[in-house]
Design a protein around this ligand. Structure first.
Ligand code: PMP
Length: 420
């Protein structure tokens, strides 16, 4: 298939967006990196599971048994999706943020966590709150690896926490190299895969142990499933020794009035009634991604990315931002600014006059935006399986029109509608 056609059916593909002049147009969703629309097959699966709505692991009733089996099968599907080790824990959480906070509570005391300045806050703040070291990324990936190596060689680092792909620029980091580097210095690697997992097959346990990923975190809502479920996959020892993420029912083996013995495995961190529907949806989305033809998937994404990036670069006054001069791979995310225009105004114009949705701001990555010299933010267009070339063309036409109109434009939103 070429980029003119979506690669998969998504819910809301024909959504209409109201324009400021009263017309309605098909909504061009270029905000997949924030939350991707649910796959149609994920929505269908939810309706199959809904009749069995019942608490898991607690009831002997039929619905409870089915619900429990759906939940545990979802765990297995996630394990297969990231090609994890058989003994890896698969813990269901609320989202990537929750997963990384959970992990932060399990890293052995006293050891440092190392991270870069290009991270999403979810992969920065949980580490900043404990013993940590940070490294400023260099203008090239090669030099950045060198800086990380020096820091690792100094000793005392238990974990290197790094993103799989930047949520701001889409650039993909060389995970195998990073893993080998961490392991060579006795550290583990945790990958924030919130952006990578919806775009690339990930192998947590490749044949070459040195390049294995010890921990992976991602969110259902970026993986074509609804909000509310995320996952942490990884080596069980720290997780079993660490502090239970939540204290409550299901996470314990035996409770006495003044003390408790905590469960091991995923249960230790999953106190309370779990989000069975969220887990089932996330797992079904993972299965669907796993079944995609990798070549068609890659071609669809790269054709759209090329059209978007080169189209933007061809408009006077538009700058496309990237982090590294030597990055070889990027997911469906393009970051840009329009000179002389506030990013918020560009986003409002594209929405109000063209029905195009994208994100402006600092993308929960303040240190990264500071290093790009964009303290007041920029724009991010992002796409995925349901995207078409027409979406990209609408964005490009809108940006070109704006640069011709001049910046004297103003809008506000009134009950979900744009008013001049
Ligand atoms: N990491 C990255 C790279 C992200 O893009 C995001 C979401 N913007 C997160 C973490 C946090 O994900 P969530 O909000 O689902 O916890």
């Amino acid at each position: 298939p070429d980029a003119l056609e979506p690669l998969a059916a998504v819910v809301g593909a024909d959504l209409k967006a109201p324009l400021v002049d009263g017309r309605e147009v098909r909504y061009a969703n270029l905000d997949y990196a924030a939350s991707a629309p649910a796959l149609a097959e994920v929505a269908t699966h939810l309706f199959e599971v809904l009749p069995f709505y019942a608490s898991v692991h607690r009831g002997a009733g039929y619905a409870s048994q089915v619900s429990t089996s759906v939940y545990e099968s979802a765990r297995s599907a996630v394990r297969r999706f990231v090609r994890a080790r058989p003994d890896d824990a698969v813990v269901f959480t609320r989202n990537t943020t929750d997963s990384l906070n959970l992990l932060a509570g399990c890293v052995p005391e006293g050891a440092d966590v190392l991270y870069l300045d290009i991270e999403h806050h979810a992969n920065l703040l949980p580490w900043q709150r404990r013993a940590h070291r940070s490294v400023t990324a260099a203008p090239t990936i090669a030099e950045t690896l060198g800086r990380l190596e020096s820091e690792l060689a100094a000793g005392g680092v238990a974990l290197l926490a790094v993103t799989g792909a930047s949520n701001v620029t889409g650039e993909v980091l060389p995970l195998a190299q990073l893993a080998a580097l961490a392991h060579a210095h006795g550290a583990r690697i945790a990958v924030d895969a919130a952006q990578l997992a919806p775009h690339r097959r990930i192998t947590a346990a490749p044949e070459d142990e040195r390049t294995a990923i010890d921990y992976l975190a991602f969110s259902g809502h970026k993986l074509y499933a609804p909000f509310g479920a995320g996952v942490l996959v990884g080596r069980p020892d720290w997780l079993d020794a660490g502090r239970p993420h939540l204290a409550g029912g299901g996470a314990v083996r035996e409770v006495r009035l003044e003390s408790a013995s905590w469960a091991l495995g995923a249960a230790r961190h999953e106190a309370g009634s779990p989000n069975v529907l969220g887990a089932a949806a996330l797992a079904r989305a993972a299965q669907a991604l796993g079944a995609l033809d990798p070549d068609a998937w890659h071609r669809h994404e790269q054709q759209l990315r090329e059209a978007l990036a080169s189209g933007l670069e061809g408009i006077r006054g538009v700058r496309v931002h990237r982090l590294f001069a030597d990055s070889l791979d990027a997911i469906g995310v393009v970051n840009f600014s329009v000179d002389a225009y506030d990013a918020g105004l560009v986003a409002a114009f594209l929405s109000a006059e063209h029905g195009v949705g994208l994100r402006d701001g600092r993308f929960c990555a303040h240190p990264l935006l500071a290093r790009l010299g964009l303290p007041s933010g920029s724009l991010r267009a992002s796409f995925g399986l349901g995207s078409r070339l027409e979406d990209v063309e609408r964005l490009l036409a809108g940006v070109a029109q704006l640069t011709e109109r001049g910046p004297g434009i103003d809008y506000t939103v009134d009950e979900g509608r744009w008013v001049p």
